[in-house]
Structures are given as structure tokens and as C-alpha cells.
Design a protein around this ligand. Structure first.
Ligand SMILES: CC(=O)SCCNC(=O)CCNC(=O)[C@H](O)C(C)(C)COP(=O)(O)OP(=O)(O)OC[C@H]1O[C@@H](n2cnc3c(N)ncnc32)[C@H](O)[C@@H]1OP(=O)(O)O
Length: 409
């Protein structure tokens, strides 16, 4: 069997997308959702694998800019819509699409490729490392109280709809992008992804609602949530389902959490995705009764090691030579000297002796400052060749704010 890889012709989008839908189980998306993904697809950077006139593989990329430690936003390919038809699996089609895609990303000059994986096992072989995690939790609001900081009463709340609050919520989001690594700048059209609310995904909950936090008439935070009513024999037993929450300062966030934790006729707050260092965990009286669980989310791949490492800053001075192994993108292989601090960085090829040896996957994992090089070394994935280099690099790579990706793509 030979398959041909080619750039997507927009006229073929329906056939191409049908392969993806089928690979994910074949449940058709709501018209509104499908139409939005069609609009957001960038055909010129989407690949199809064709067996004769049959599309049997798909892989897309979005043109993103990702926030990195220090506050820069760096061009990144947002790899997406990856699938291979059930009739054509395990014959190397995904591998050929990943190779071609990374070559294209390199040609476009984007130092990074990022993705969220359907199954984490798939992408390590292509050099992607897990760089961000998210916390899911269920707060038992019948047992857990929230102690909010003084000053929260200065925030007033207004209930509205996500659609009516869109411009205000987007303005808040835009101001937060550079404050936390791992966030994606929203391009035109992407604000509508935040509004997607297909009834099939609601699991018995209401359409999404929105509450705005305001100080002196200015919007300083918002939350998107839904209510899942439930009645048990003793009485009301509903849930508040938190989809998004963002505040420009701690008081705005605390006021939003207080509101969500005190909705009448509910007994729990379900938090689907929050940063691992989120403030609410310190406001609750009993974190054990919130059942926090961790999940890997964003995979990062350094497509151009030199440009990627020079694009972020380092919280403590670093001067280390990395010996990088990268069989899938051999242009990255070899030794790189990284020098940098909190103001800027440079990363160039060198013949000097290596201080640390690792694969490009581990560099991707550590890149956003959420996974420490020391912990990767503890797993045997980073080798220290000069004493002291591991601590130096690990401290420098760290981030005071945990990286987090607020939404999928
Ligand atoms: C960013 C995103 O869009 S994530 C979405 C990914 N898509 C899906 O999960 C949809 C359902 N699955 C599929 O469509 C396909 O099974 C794919 C795309 C995951 C894999 O496509 P294939 O063409 O079969 O992969 P390919 O033959 O190139 O396999 C490459 C390697 O990955 C391994 N692999 C592929 N899929 C998986 C998997 N789901 N779990 C573990 N290993 C896998 C193969 O065993 C192979 O290993 P090897 O190199 O050691 O031999």
C-alpha cells in the first residue's frame, strides 16, 4: 500500500474531517461546532494522507503564540486534528505525517510545536514532552468552607451570559496571557471556542452561565459555569460545574470562588481544569474533601532547540552545555551552550564538553518551568556530566508561576 501525503485542498475539507470524526467514534458534532472548526482550520498547514481517492489520515496545525517563562509569547504550531483511518492504522501513516509536519514547522520558523494528546503514549516518540499539568477537583461544599481574604467585599458580581460578556471576558483573558507560561494568545475567531456549549456535552447541566466580577464599574474577572440540578431523598444535591475562571487580582478570583461555592440548592463544585498552584486550594478549609487530581495536558516539542531556548528567560543565571539527542529531528542533535538570566538568553552550537545530556523530549517537558530537570534526572532521563550543572539548570528553568493551558484545541 502506498499513501500520498498532501496539503489540504479546502474543497476536500468534508472528506478530511469525516476521517477525524470517525477516528474519534463517529458521533457527529453539532452543526455550530463543526462550522467553527471548519472556519478555524488552516488548510495550508493541514495534511491529508490519501490512498487513491480515499482520505485515510489527517493532521492539522494552528498558528499560535505561546507564553513562556519571562512573559514572551513565542510562535508555536498547535498540532491538532490528528487521525488515521481504522483500516490503515499501524503502518506508519501517523509517523510520516508527524515528520512532514515538523519539517514544515521548522521551515516556517516556529521554534515550538505543542499539542494536547488523546493518549499520552503516542507523542513521546516524536519528541514531545509533558510540560503542563492541570488540577481537577470536586469541592464538597456541605463540608468545606471558603475563607476569603479581606477586601473581597469591594468586588461586586453581575450574572449575565457568556455571549453578552464576551468582550469583557476576552479583555481579562488577554491581560493574563503573559502572566502565566503555557497560555495561548487568542487569534480572531478563537474567542468563539470559549463559547462552545454543545447540549450533548452538558451531562445534565444547564447551558453555561457567566458571572462577572467588577470593581468600581470595571470588569476584573469572570467565570463560566453551569448548574446540574439534582434532588436526593434528604433534599437538594446539585452541582456547580466550573468551566472557566479568571481574575485580574486575587480578590477578584476569591469573590468568584465564594459565589460559586455558595450557589443555592447545590452540594458540590466541580472544577474541571485549574493551574496546579491555583489560589482556591489555600482558601478552602479542607483540601482533602476537594479530591484534587492531577492530569498532564500540554506537550511541548522544541522544533528549533537554539531559537526555543533563547526565546524564554531564566529566573537564575544559567551557563550550561546540553548534549541533545533528537533522532526524529536530527537538525537539533548535538551540543548547545545556553547562557541566560532573567533579562534574556542566547543558545548557540558549541564544541565544548557537555554538562547535561538529555533527549529533546525532556527539554520540551522542562521548557515551561513546570517540570524540573532535577525530577527528570531522578527518573534517569537527564544525565549530569558536570557537577552542579543539574541544580544550576533546574533552578534557572523553573517558573514562579506554574504553566497551565486553560483550553484545548
Ligand atoms: C493532537 C491530536 O490530535 S491527538 C489525537 C490522536 N488521534 C486519535 O487518538 C484518534 C484515534 N487513533 C488514531 O487515529 C491512530 O491510531 C493514531 C493517529 C493515534 C496512530 O496512527 P498510526 O498511523 O496507526 O500510527 P503509526 O503507524 O505511525 O504508529 C507509530 C508508532 O506509534 C505507536 N502508536 C500509535 N498509536 C498509538 C496509541 N494509540 N497508543 C500507543 N502507541 C501508539 C505505534 O505502535 C507505532 O509504534 P512503533 O514506532 O514503536 O512501531
Amino acid at each position: 500500500m502506498t499513501t500520498e501525503l498532501r496539503v489540504l485542498d479546502p474543497a476536500e475539507w468534508d472528506d478530511w474531517y469525516a476521517v477525524l470524526e470517525l477516528a474519534f467514534g463517529g458521533v457527529p458534532e453539532a452543526d455550530e461546532e463543526r462550522a467553527l472548526w471548519r472556519e478555524l482550520t488552516e488548510p495550508e498547514r493541514s495534511l491529508g494522507a490519501w490512498d487513491g481517492d480515499r482520505c485515510v489520515g489527517t493532521a492539522g496545525a494552528f498558528t499560535f503564540r505561546l507564553s513562556v517563562p519571562g512573559g514572551n509569547v513565542v510562535p508555536a504550531a498547535g498540532v491538532t486534528m490528528v487521525s488515521v483511518a481504522g483500516t490503515h492504522r499501524r503502518r506508519g501513516i501517523l509517523t510520516s505525517m508527524m515528520r512532514r509536519q515538523l519539517e514544515d514547522v521548522r521551515r516556517l520558523g516556529e521554534p515550538l510545536a505543542v499539542l494536547t494528546a488523546s493518549e499520552p503514549e503516542i507523542y513521546g516518540r516524536f519528541g514531545y514532552g509533558v510540560a503542563t499539568h492541570t488540577v481537577r477537583a470536586v469541592i464538597d461544599t456541605t463540608r468545606v468552607r471558603l475563607t476569603v481574604p479581606e477586601g473581597t467585599d469591594g468586588i461586586s458580581l453581575r450574572v449575565t451570559t457568556p455571549a453578552d460578556a464576551l468582550a469583557d471576558a476576552e479583555a481579562v483573558y488577554a491581560r493574563l496571557v503573559t502572566a502565566r507560561p503555557g497560555m495561548v494568545e487568542r487569534r480572531p475567531g478563537w474567542e468563539r471556542v470559549a463559547l462552545l456549549d454543545p447540549p450533548a456535552d452538558r451531562d445534565g447541566a444547564s447551558p453555561r452561565q457567566c458571572v462577572l466580577a467588577e470593581r468600581d464599574g470595571e470588569v476584573v474577572g469572570y467565570a463560566h459555569y453551569a448548574i446540574r440540578p439534582k434532588w436526593s431523598w434528604p433534599g437538594p444535591d446539585g452541582a456547580v460545574v466550573v468551566h472557566q475562571l479568571a481574575g485580574l487580582d486575587p480578590l477578584a478570583e476569591a469573590a468568584l470562588w465564594r459565589y460559586l461555592c455558595s450557589v443555592d440548592l447545590t452540594a458540590r463544585v466541580e472544577i474541571h481544569s485549574r493551574p496546579v498552584d491555583d489560589g482556591w486550594q489555600h482558601l478552602v478549609t479542607d483540601l482533602r474533601r476537594c479530591e484534587p487530581t492531577l492530569r498532564p495536558v500540554l506537550f511541548v516539542r522544541l522544533v528549533d532547540v537554539g531559537a526555543a531556548l533563547a526565546a524564554r528567560t531564566y529566573q537564575a543565571p544559567v551557563d550550561v552545555v546540553f548534549e541533545v539527542e533528537d533522532a526524529f529531528c536530527p537538525w537539533n542533535e548535538g551540543r548547545w551552550r545556553l547562557t541566560g538570566d532573567a533579562k534574556g538568553a542566547e543558545c548557540v552550537r558549541t564544541e565544548d564538553a557537555a554538562d547535561l545530556a538529555l533527549s529533546v523530549r525532556e527539554l520540551g517537558a522542562a521548557y515551561l518551568g513546570g517540570v524540573s530537570l532535577v525530577s527528570l534526572a531522578a527518573a534517569g532521563l537527564v544525565r549530569e556530566l558536570r557537577e552542579g550543572a543539574l541544580t544550576e539548570a533546574s533552578v534557572g528553568f523553573g517558573s514562579p508561576v506554574a504553566p497551565w493551558l486553560p483550553h484545548g484545541f
